[in-house]
Design a protein around this ligand. Structure first.
Ligand SMILES: *Cc1c(COP(=O)(O)O)cnc(C)c1O
Length: 426
C-alpha cells in the first residue's frame, strides 16, 4: 500500500490483500478463537512478544487486523488496536496511560456516555477527570497539574456540533509533555485528521459513521507514533512491565509501543475484543466512507438551512452554517464539511421536544448517530438524563434541544418529515 495513495483508495485497500490460501478478494471473516502454533519455539516467541502472530482472538484476529491497519492508514497514524465498542477503546487508551492517582483533562463538550464514563466510572479506578470549558484553549493550560497525564477532546463535539481549536490545544498538551487524545468519531478521518494538527492518540466509536449502517458496535485506538513516552511521566510505557518479565514497551516497540501495550496488557487482561464479524461489517462500511460522508454533509446542510428558516425553531447549532460561532474553526479543521450530527432548539421547550420526536415518521427516534437512516433524539429526556441540569446545559443538552443525525435519504423527504412533525408539535 503506497503511503501517498488517496483517501478513497486507502478506504478500500489499506491493510487488505487477497487471502493467501484461496485468493478470496474480500477480507474473509476469520471466525476462529485460536491459531495453531508452528512448533513450541514459535509459540514461546509469540507469547514473549518476540514475534508477531495470532495466538488467540482476544488479543488479535486477522479480520480485525485488517480493520486496524485500515483505520491507522486513514488517520495517518502508525498503528491501531480495535475494541468491542467506542467506550472499550477509550478504556484501553486510558488504562495504558494512567496509574491510580493520575488525573486527565477533558472538554466539557463530550458525548453523554463519555461524561459518565470519565466522571463516575473512571473515578472508581483511581483516575480523576477534570472537565474544562474548551471555548478558551488556555483553560486547559490553567487546569494542568503534576499528575495530569492527558488531554481529551472531541474533534466535532457531540451533541452540539462544536469545534474546538485543535491546534492550540495540541500545543498546550505538547508543552506539558502529555498526549492529546482526540475522539474523532463524528468527524471521521474523511472530514478531520487530528494527527495533522498535533493529536497523539485518536479514539473512535466505529459504531457510527465508520461502520455507517447502524449494524455493528466497535471501537479503535490509533497512535501517531510521534509521542516520546520516555519523558519520565509514563513509567507504564517506558519502564519495566511486570506483566511481561520487565519488558520496556517503548524501548522495544518504539513508534507503536502504545497500541502494543494497549493490546498486550489492557486488551489481554480486560478482554473487550472486537468480534471478527463486526470488523468485517465495519471494513465493508469504510469502503464507501468518502461517498457517504459527502452525502451526509450535503443532506445535513440542507436540513439545517431548512430548520433555520422555521419560526418554531429558536436556534440551529451546526458548524456548517454561516450563523455558527464554530464556522471558522470548522473551515480550518473540517474543510470538507461539518459532519451530519447537530442540535437545534425549539421555542416550545421540553414539551415541544418530546412532541417532535413522537411526530416524525421517516426519522427514527433512537439513541445512535452515524447511520444511513436519519435519526432524531431529545437528549434531555434520554442520553443526558443521568446528568445534573448544570451538566446538561454545559454539554449543550438543555430541555429544548433536539439532536439529529442526518442520513442518506432524499434530502427533500427529510425536510418534509420535519415540516409535518413541527406542525404537529403545536
Ligand atoms: C457513540 C460514541 C461513543 C461511544 O461509543 P460506543 O461504540 O457506543 O461504545 C464515544 N464517543 C462518541 C463521540 C460517540 O458518538
Amino acid at each position: 500500500m503506497k503511503a501517498d495513495f488517496g483517501f478513497e483508495t486507502k478506504a478500500i485497500h489499506a491493510g487488505a490483500r487477497p487471502e493467501a490460501v484461496t485468493g478470496a478478494r474480500v477480507t474473509p471473516i476469520f471466525q476462529t478463537s485460536s491459531y495453531v502454533f508452528d512448533d513450541a519455539e514459535a509459540a514461546a516467541s509469540l507469547f514473549n512478544l518476540h514475534n508477531f502472530g495470532h495466538i488467540y482472538s482476544r488479543l488479535s484476529n486477522p479480520t480485525v487486523a485488517v480493520l486496524e491497519e485500515r483505520i491507522a492508514a486513514l488517520e495517518g497514524g502508525r498503528a491501531a488496536v480495535a475494541a468491542a465498542s467506542g467506550h472499550a477503546a477509550q478504556f484501553l487508551a486510558f488504562f495504558t496511560l494512567l496509574e491510580p492517582g493520575d488525573v486527565f483533562l477533558a472538554s466539557r463538550n463530550l458525548y453523554g456516555g463519555t461524561l459518565t464514563q470519565f466522571g463516575l466510572s473512571f473515578k472508581k479506578l483511581g483516575w480523576t477527570c477534570r472537565f474544562v470549558d474548551q471555548s478558551d484553549p488556555e483553560n486547559f493550560r490553567r487546569a494542568l497539574t503534576e499528575r495530569c497525564k492527558a488531554i481529551f477532546i472531541e474533534s466535532l463535539a457531540n451533541p452540539g456540533g462544536i469545534v474546538g481549536d485543535l491546534e492550540a490545544i495540541a500545543k498546550i498538551a505538547q508543552d506539558a509533555g502529555i498526549p492529546l487524545v482526540v475522539d474523532n468519531t463524528l468527524a471521521t478521518p474523511f472530514l478531520c485528521r487530528p494527527m495533522e494538527w498535533g493529536a497523539d492518540i485518536i479514539c473512535h466509536s466505529t459504531t457510527k459513521f465508520l461502520a455507517g449502517h447502524g449494524n455493528s458496535l466497535g471501537g479503535v485506538v490509533v497512535e501517531s507514533g510521534r509521542f516520546n513516552w520516555a519523558n519520565g511521566k509514563f513509567p507504564a510505557l517506558a519502564g519495566p512491565e511486570p506483566a511481561y518479565h520487565g519488558l520496556d514497551f517503548f524501548e522495544n516497540f518504539g513508534d507503536f509501543a502504545f497500541t502494543t501495550k494497549a493490546r498486550a496488557v489492557a486488551l489481554r487482561d480486560f478482554g473487550p475484543a472486537l468480534a471478527p464479524m463486526n470488523a468485517f461489517l465495519t471494513l465493508t462500511g469504510i469502503e464507501t466512507l468518502p461517498l457517504r460522508m459527502e452525502r451526509h454533509v450535503a443532506n445535513a446542510l440542507a436540513v439545517a438551512r431548512f430548520l433555520e428558516s422555521q419560526p418554531k425553531v429558536a436556534w440551529v447549532s451546526y458548524a456548517g452554517l454561516d450563523s455558527s460561532p464554530y464556522r471558522a474553526a470548522a473551515q480550518k479543521y473540517l474543510p470538507r464539511g461539518a459532519g451530519a450530527v447537530f442540535t437545534f432548539g425549539l421555542n416550545g421547550g421540553y414539551a415541544a421536544g418530546i412532541k417532535l420526536v413522537e411526530s416524525v415518521r421517516l426519522f427514527s427516534h433512537l439513541a445512535n448517530v452515524g447511520d444511513t437512516r436519519s435519526l432524531i433524539l431529545h437528549p434531555a429526556s434520554t442520553t443526558h438524563r443521568q446528568l445534573t441540569d448544570e451538566q446538561r446545559l454545559a454539554a449543550g443538552a438543555g430541555p429544548e434541544v433536539v439532536r439529529l443525525s442526518v442520513g442518506l435519504e432524499t434530502a427533500q423527504d427529510l425536510i418534509d418529515d420535519l415540516a409535518q412533525a413541527l406542525s404537529a408539535a403545536e
